[in-house]
Each structure stands twice: as structure tokens, then as C-alpha cells.
Ligand binder design. Structure first.
Ligand code: ZN
Length: 172
């Protein structure tokens, strides 16, 4: 497992959690993601030729079709890119609403769909800094989610409104 800057000591995998930790049937292309999460590591596929992160996980770079991607551990830090509060959960999430579904933009660039935990949706802001947490799932796997690391400052508010303008057309 290679590491991007910021990878390193595995994070704790938490068992107490506010949302069900359900791994969607892991596919061959994604099982490494869920298993590494179970070890407290957030990993993303990257093309060894152009060094672009490839998300969602794919075995080959979409630009360099011959280049098999490699798994790289990333920092687990990012910002809220966009979010919405789910008012009515479905299936295993039926008892969990309201909860927050979000896109987090990792400092390495990829935007991952995830949940924000630990902060009610009405207190969240676009641009807020977040950090990965891991919620233990079955078979030694875990679900990566994100928690706010600090409240937004004034400069964050300015940045957030700029980002919000850019993602008006984002559709969940
Ligand atoms: Zn490439």
C-alpha cells in the first residue's frame, strides 16, 4: 500500500455510531476500499502514469486505459463540498433520519459521497473542514464517514459562499 502525503498511522475503527454501517455488496474493484477502512485507512485508486486519483475505484485509469491503478492511502482530511439532510431514511436507515448525505472534497482532490456525523445538518456549512472516521461493519470492513474538525471562521464563510455558487447545479 503506497501513501500519499498525509497518510500514516491508522485511525481507530469505531463501534458506537449514529448511523448503520452497511457495506454495499463489495465488488472486486471496491473491496480493498472497505477492507482498508476496516484497518483505519482511507484509500483511493490512482493512475501510476498521470498520478491522477481515480474515483470511484476503477482497475484502470480512464485516460490511460492500459495503466492499472494502484491503491494509495490518503490523508482523510477535506472540506464539505455539498450536503443535504435526509428527512426520511430507507431500509436499514429507516430509524436514522434526519441524517446528512454529503460530498466531501478530499485535500487530494477527489469528491466522495459520504455522511457527515456528529454535527446536525442545520449547523453544517459548505467549506467546513472535516476528517474521516471509520464505522465498523461486518467481516472486518468499515464505512468511512466524516466529522467536522472545527467550526467555520469568517474566512471559511467567504470561501463557502464561493463554493456554494460553484455547485448550484449539483444534483444528488
Ligand atoms: Zn492516467
Amino acid at each position: 500500500m503506497r501513501r500519499a502525503d498525509g497518510g500514516g498511522v491508522p485511525r481507530p475503527v469505531l463501534h458506537a455510531q449514529e448511523l448503520p454501517a452497511v457495506v454495499p455488496s463489495p465488488e472486486p474493484d471496491s473491496v480493498t476500499y472497505w477492507k482498508q477502512a476496516g484497518q483505519g485507512r482511507l484509500v483511493i485508486t490512482r493512475c501510476p502514469e498521470c498520478e491522477a486519483f481515480v474515483w470511484i475505484p476503477r482497475p484502470f485509469c480512464p485516460v490511460h486505459m492500459h495503466a492499472a491503478t494502484e491503491w494509495v492511502e490518503v490523508s482523510g482530511r477535506g472540506v464539505v463540498y455539498s450536503y443535504t439532510q435526509v428527512e426520511r431514511g430507507d431500509g436499514p436507515f429507516a430509524e436514522s433520519a434526519p441524517y446528512t448525505l454529503a460530498y466531501v472534497e478530499l485535500v487530494e482532490g477527489p469528491r466522495v459521497m459520504t455522511n457527515i456525523v456528529g454535527t446536525p445538518g442545520e449547523q453544517l456549512r459548505v467549506g467546513q473542514e472535516v476528517e474521516v472516521v471509520f464505522h465498523a461493519a461486518a467481516d472486518g470492513m468499515a464505512v468511512p464517514r466524516f466529522a467536522v474538525t472545527r467550526p467555520p471562521s469568517r474566512s471559511d464563510d467567504t470561501q463557502a459562499s464561493e463554493i456554494a455558487t460553484q455547485c448550484d447545479d449539483l444534483v444528488f
